[in-house]
Design a protein. Structure first.
Length: 273
């Protein structure tokens, strides 16, 4: 068990010990949360901890990379959508940040890229790594499913919505993306965007990949938190605008110290005020 995991469990446990009467008087009912991105493990951990703190509440998680969570909330099939972009018809509550790392093979000696170069690469304008100071090989783009909130945020940040070539290889799960970057031939060619926690974990575990600095800023938790690393997306919980005590209580829990400890396991928690 990691030190951070232990701290998270202690925080959740302490909350349950010091407020048993509050928990028993909490909201009741079933809450449905929908998502399609890499946040599933975090949302599941939040849900289980929330249920322990609210014994009369149950959280059902609908997770499908081909689903559209916002539409599920709009049609009443879910009460919360987990996403990285806002919707004008729904209320957005931010519970953290996620950096989007630019992942390449370890042997790709490209030193760094700018946001403009990333946009040109993923829109098909840059086709050779040599144009970026890298190896003499083509750029093989790895894209994400069209419905995934990771792709939506990535395209929006770079201003390339709808411009990623249809020839790009489309992969859903982050772990599969990492394996593909490692196994692609020639090994220097592949490039992908992944959740920063996935990229940092792969690098620290000795997987043959690296994350490129963007605009001379290293992709790290501190630079994502303070905004110096520009490729970041908010972790948002979207819900209908009318009052819903169960939704409001879950969001409050996600923003509480125990909830933020869980978010911080894989993502960047919100700055403390």
């Amino acid at each position: 068990m990691t030190g951070r995991s232990l701290i998270t469990q202690l925080c959740v446990g302490l909350m349950l010990i010091i407020s048993p009467l509050q928990a028993s008087a909490q909201v009741a009912g079933t809450l449905v949360i929908a998502g399609n991105g890499p946040e599933q493990a975090t949302i599941e951990s939040l849900a289980r901890a929330f249920e322990k703190a609210n014994p009369r509440a149950y959280v059902d998680i609908l997770w499908d990379e081909d689903s559209t969570p916002v539409q599920l909330v709009q049609t009443g099939q879910a009460q919360i959508a987990v996403t990285g972009t806002k919707d004008a018809t729904l209320t957005a509550s931010q519970i953290g940040w996620d950096g989007l790392g630019i992942l390449v093979h370890l042997s790709n000696f490209t030193k760094e890229v700018t946001t403009q170069q990333i946009a040109e690469m993923f829109s098909g304008k840059v086709r050779e790594w040599s144009e970026l100071g890298g190896p003499e090989t083509r750029v093989l783009l790895i894209d994400r499913s069209r419905t995934q909130n990771t792709r939506e945020a990535f395209e929006s940040l770079l201003g390339i919505t709808g411009k990623i070539p249809g020839t790009a290889k489309v992969i859903g799960p982050d772990d599969t993306v990492v394996k593909t970057v490692v196994g692609t031939l020639p090994p220097l060619s592949a490039v992908a965007y992944v959740s920063l926690s996935t990229g940092l974990s792969a690098v620290s575990n000795g997987v043959a990949v690296r994350l490129l600095p963007v605009d001379k800023i290293e992709p790290e938790v501190p630079t994502v938190r303070d905004g110096r690393y520009s490729l970041r997306r908010p972790l948002l919980l979207l819900s209908k605008q009318e009052a819903n005590p169960l939704v409001e209580t879950f969001i409050a829990f996600a923003l509480s110290p125990p909830g933020q400890a869980i978010v911080g396991e894989l993502y960047v928690a919100m700055p403390t005020k």
